[in-house]
Design a protein around this ligand. Structure first.
Ligand SMILES: Nc1ncnc2c1ncn2[C@@H]1O[C@H](COP(=O)(O)OP(=O)(O)OP(=O)(O)O)[C@@H](O)[C@H]1O
Ligand SMILES: O=P(O)(O)O[C@@H]1[C@@H](O)[C@H](OP(=O)(O)O)[C@@H](OP(=O)(O)O)[C@H](O)[C@H]1OP(=O)(O)O
Length: 425
């Protein structure tokens, strides 16, 4: 997005600029005042309703919505089997020692066990999870339910029919659907919420628009934001390509970013500290070595090239390049840089296969520039991420097969984000 297009606006009270969209896009159905009845719940004083929830069960009389408590969220267990399955899933991966399941811990919210709390006078078991929005001032959140099939092996005929009837176009063509999202629009600070009724109207054409609305990208996509999302998505994709432990039904990816940081980013004249020169970054793969400390010498291997299969990664060959990057990283010395972590664990090489790949290759200088920006000292902490959530229907993989249902959705989503990256020229 061009920097000149961004008009800084004073932050206004959230509820004075709040809209909920149901059904067709642009149809404002009700305002925050009308939500208030739904928003009351008898819970302990030190807890609040979690207002950044964008999908899933709500306080509708049969179930409860998420509850916010001390930097965590509490997910009330109202369906016993689903709750037990989800708890078992988190406990299993938390205790896992094998590489694949241990790695999965990085892709899900931190799990803090179970707690029983009084809700409307009844003691309700809740799953305690890290609140993925807690560091964000203006959290934009999208729930993307992954897979064409959203019913599990124990589903009744009615449940199967109910699941098959909804989000039909999107699930069939994209292998994912969008049951809800919220976005703080950067031009007027308005918080817009889009619910499942809106999600159910989407198809393979309109889903792109929904994603752009979420990304505040009506006029242009912010490349930095796209790259941050892709960094997380590629890692999840890599994991899903190899894992044979689980089958996920009706499980989601939660995309979260901070509109405040996006606004700042678009306003700021970010000057990278470590500038990649044409001779090293264009047309020749430049591998970025990330060394977090003296003892951990790990090559990130990102070549600056993307394919439709993901990033091309190489090990650095030139000692000069390695030294140059070492110096940069050591002066940066931020071991928690999520981007560096992402790149560090992506280790693949691909050959270019088609025109799409060539087009991506031509953009590589920009991508290395973005990486460069993301690793600058001033703002090394990232402001967008993707996590896997909702394991109420996580089952052991049948015959230790790859979960193709899940992987298809991830692949299609990544393809869209890669298209946004190309468009963001
Ligand atoms: N760890 C988290 N941090 C922040 N928000 C979260 C987190 N987990 C869930 N949410 C929010 O709560 C919503 C519902 O979560 P989840 O899908 O786990 O609940 P659910 O009631 O089981 O949903 P469903 O009806 O799809 O089974 C998500 O869309 C998201 O907005
Ligand atoms: O069908 P809906 O209204 O879109 O919402 C369902 C929700 O009702 C359903 O819960 P339950 O009625 O089975 O308790 C959720 O089921 P799971 O717990 O099995 O996932 C659905 O996921 C909701 O659907 P969605 O979020 O896809 O709109």
């Amino acid at each position: 997005m061009g920097k000149s297009e961004v008009v800084p606006m004073p932050i206004q009270r959230q509820d004075s600029l709040y809209a909920v969209y149901k059904g067709a896009y642009n149809t404002m159905v009700h305002t925050v005042e009308e939500d208030q009845e739904e928003d009351y719940l008898d819970i302990p004083e030190n807890m609040q309703l979690f207002t950044n929830q964008v999908a899933g069960h709500t306080n509708d009389g049969k179930s409860y919505g998420m509850i916010k408590h001390n930097g965590t969220i509490l997910k009330p267990i109202t369906k016993q089997k689903c709750g037990e399955r989800e708890v078992q899933f988190y406990e299993e991966i938390n205790g896992a020692t094998d590489k694949t399941r241990a790695e999965l811990r990085e892709f899900v919210p931190k799990y803090y066990g179970k707690v029983a709390i009084p809700i409307k006078g009844n003691n309700i078991d809740c799953i305690v999870l890290e609140d993925l929005t807690k560091h964000y001032k203006e959290p934009c959140v999208m729930d993307i339910k992954i897979g064409r099939r959203t019913w599990d092996p124990t589903a009744t005929y009615e449940k199967i029919m109910n699941e098959e009837m909804k989000y039909q176009d999107c699930k069939r063509d994209m292998a994912f659907c969008i049951p809800g999202f919220q976005v703080y629009k950067i031009f007027n600070n308005q918080l817009c919420k889009f619910d499942k009724n809106y999600g159910k109207t989407l198809n393979k054409e309109t889903v792109t628009q929904a994603l752009k609305t979420f990304l505040n990208a009506e006029s242009a996509c912010c490349r930095s934001l796209i790259v941050q999302f892709l960094a997380s998505l590629w890692r999840i994709q890599m994991w899903a390509r190899k894992q044979r432990y689980y089958q996920f039904f009706s499980s989601s990816l939660l995309l979260v970013y901070d509109a405040r940081r996006l606004r700042e980013f678009l306003k700021a004249d970010v000057k990278p500290k470590f500038k990649l020169h044409r001779s090293t970054s264009l047309y020749r793969p430049l591998s970025l070595a990330v060394l977090n400390n003296e003892h951990e010498k790990i090559s990130t291997g990102f070549s600056g090239q993307l394919t439709n299969q993901g990033p091309i990664l190489r090990t650095p060959t030139s000692p000069t390049k390695l030294k140059q990057f070492n110096d940069f990283v050591q002066s940066n010395n931020n071991t928690n840089n999520v981007w560096q972590k992402s790149i560090r664990t992506l280790k693949r090489t691909h050959s270019f296969q088609n025109d799409y790949d060539k087009e991506m290759q031509n953009k590589k200088q920009d991508y290395t520039y973005i990486l460069d920006e993301l690793c600058t000292e001033q703002k090394s902490e990232l402001w967008a991420t993707v996590k896997m959530i909702d394991f109420a229907h996580a089952f052991p993989a049948e015959h230790h097969e790859i979960d193709k249902n899940y992987l298809d959705g991830i692949d299609n989503l990544i393809r869209l984000f890669e298209e946004f990256l190309v468009e963001s020229e």
